[in-house]
Design a protein around this ligand. Structure first.
Ligand SMILES: *[C@@H]1O[C@H](CO)[C@@H](O)[C@H](O)[C@H]1NC(C)=O
Ligand SMILES: *[C@@H]1O[C@H](CO)[C@@H](O)[C@H](O)[C@H]1NC(C)=O
Ligand SMILES: *[C@@H]1O[C@H](CO)[C@@H](O)[C@H](O)[C@H]1NC(C)=O
Length: 354
């Protein structure tokens, strides 16, 4: 199609919205329908058609888990002390009430000592169809930037992160683990896919990725659940430089258990200016998305006998670190495909790699 034909087609699609908005007395930018008009009331079909499938590691013991179960197995604490005075029971429909208690200081803390290995930390192993039966563990958030550019965040939830072994010692274990892929669509076609890895990540063109049908494949690191585009060992000791060898910090991935997160998922559209989430189905809880606190225990102090620092005094080398914040903190309105951690070197790989 010629560019001028595209413009004509665009005008024909957009003008009715423009005049409708004018008639309703709302100012409308020319050439762009209102966000409310663009937001479909059902999940855009391309968001499900191109949803990633996830290979979990063959030796994985910490599977994806049910988000609501995280609330029944924890209590909110500030400064290691349970808080009181909130609506009970806490559910995905009232969790953000906790924001009134210095929200960012709230840690959803396991009710039992996690060193006793309570079973809920292990999540739910996907069955032979790839489903985490009874456990809703993916949350898809759609941000329509306008001009045909739509980001779909596929947020994966795991009840526990096993950080791995460094210099023969456990490091970086924490309750609660949020990871994600983000697919940037242009006019309903997937263009680039972001893979979250620890505090960083990688971007690849959709075209170069391994696929099952049209669905991109992601490999989840053993325990850490960092997302990689190819199977194998991933040395991530140096941020943003992934090497295929075993280094100080290595993620192991392979085709262990196939997880199809679409089979147990909730879907939302996101309005960045209002910072609100609209569930595509009224049965999907959405209040929890505004919760500002952490989805796991606060890093245990060094006085806690469970705690241990590989390098004494360096809290980042602790055996147990703090639980993560939720999707709200994942830069849902990012301009580049990469979040700010990778903004300056937002390299979009056109070939598969570690
Ligand atoms: C995979 O993770 C489990 C803990 O969940 C650990 O025991 C095992 O050693 C890990 N495997 C590798 C290869 O790191
Ligand atoms: C919030 O934090 C402030 C400053 O740390 C403290 O004075 C206040 O008591 C806290 N409020 C609650 C409800 O925890
Ligand atoms: C969201 O990002 C777009 C650019 O894609 C920007 O124009 C807009 O101002 C941002 N909205 C907010 C609330 O930051």
């Amino acid at each position: 199609m010629s560019p001028s034909f595209n413009v004509l087609l665009g005008l024909l699609t957009v003008l009715p919205h423009y005049y409708l908005a004018q008639a309703a007395g709302f100012p409308a930018p020319l050439l762009e329908p209102l966000l409310e008009e663009r937001q479909a009331s059902t999940v855009p079909d391309y968001v499900t058609t191109y949803a990633p499938v996830v290979w979990l590691y063959s030796g994985e013991t910490y599977f994806p888990g049910d988000l609501a179960a995280q609330l029944t197995n924890t209590v909110p604490e500030i400064n290691y002390k349970p808080i009181t005075g909130y609506t009970t029971p806490l559910t995905l429909n009232n969790l953000a009430e906790l924001n009134a208690f210095n929200g960012t200081q709230v840690y959803l803390t396991s009710t039992v000592d996690i060193t006793t290995n309570p079973a809920w930390l292990n999540g739910v192993k996907p069955d032979s169809t790839g489903k985490t039966e009874g456990a809703t563990s993916m949350f898809v958030i759609v941000n329509d930037h306008g001009n045909g550019e739509v980001d779909a965040f596929y947020m994966y939830f795991y009840p526990f992160n096993w950080g791995g072994i460094v210099l023969d010692q456990d490091v970086g274990d924490h309750v609660g683990d949020w990871e994600h892929n983000m697919i940037r669509f242009q006019n309903g076609k997937p263009s680039v896919v972001w893979f979250s890895q620890h505090s960083f990540g990688e971007a690849f063109t959709y075209d170069c990725l391994e696929k099952q049908g049209v669905r991109p494949v992601t490999y989840s690191g053993n325990g850490s659940h960092a997302n990689y585009a190819i199977a194998g060992d991933h040395d991530h000791t140096i941020p943003n430089l992934n090497l295929p060898d075993d280094g100080l910090l290595t993620d192991f991935t392979d085709q262990g258990t196939l997880w199809d997160p679409l089979l147990s998922a909730y879907f939302y559209s996101y309005n960045p200016s209002a910072n609100t989430y609209t569930p595509y189905d009224p049965s999907y809880p959405s209040n929890w998305l505004s919760f500002l606190g952490a989805w796991g225990d606060e890093q245990y102090p060094n006085s806690d006998p469970r705690q241990h620092e590989i390098i004494p005094g360096v809290s980042a080398t602790a055996k147990y670190t703090s639980g993560p914040t939720g999707p709200e903190d994942k830069q849902l309105n990012r301009t580049k495909v990469c979040p700010t951690s990778n903004e300056f070197i937002c390299e979009i790989h056109t070939k598969l790699g570690p």
